[in-house]
Design a binder for this molecule. Sequence first.
Ligand SMILES: Nc1ncnc2c1ncn2[C@@H]1O[C@H](COP(=O)(O)OP(=O)(O)OP(=O)(O)O)[C@@H](O)[C@H]1O
Length: 218
Amino acid sequence: MIELKNVSKVYPNGTIALDKVNLKFNKGDFVILMGESGAGKTTLLKIIRGDEEPTEGTVLFEGVDIQRYNRTSLRRKIGFAFQDLTLIDDRTVFDNVSLPMQFRGASFREIHNKVEAVLSEVRLREKMYKLVKELSYGEKQRVSIARALIYEPIVLLLDEPTGNLDVDTARAVLNFVEVLNERGTTVIMSTHHLIEFGNKPKGIIKIRKGRIVGKEYV
Ligand SMILES: Nc1ncnc2c1ncn2[C@@H]1O[C@H](COP(=O)(O)OP(=O)(O)OP(=O)(O)O)[C@@H](O)[C@H]1O
């Protein structure tokens, strides 16, 4: 469903973040991108979401060049939670999670029901009306994932979802993501450390200095 063909990304300052990357992701995959800091993981995720344009090569989503794919439907189909979280600290959890739906002009009832359901999934239902700045980092991480799930995306991109989390919270987040994957969501997740979780084999893609240096299953 997602295919990268000979994708390179050179930032304006000359940094080669990705170098001739060829990858294929299929529906229902659970793929972990592993690589050191600066390897190009975030850049790869941004390119898959169409947020960064490759300098060379193409990305196909459902067979269509992602740069030509309708932006709104792309945003709905590909949910993401990036490292920097981009949450609004002095707004409630409810506001943060519902923002994408508010932009779409959904009714309050529709928004409320959906937000409540998604927050229950990430076990944050009771924090719905708390301000984001009152939450722990692990809770913020889950708010960010909840927001990514509001449209029931078919692909979920997670950039270091367990970074800065203690082992138990990290495992809880990963278990939840695994449940989503079992329900059919394609998951592509970056990390630089691997925490053991679940039984289903995961594809691991190793990336170093912008190049794919290994593919395996664990
Ligand atoms: N906007 C940008 N402008 C210039 N260089 C950039 C930009 N974003 C990233 N880079 C550079 O591109 C390379 C890849 O960065 P990227 O953020 O994709 O790595 P990463 O593997 O996600 O690292 P981390 O694990 O630290 O998040 C790095 O050398 C980085 O400094």
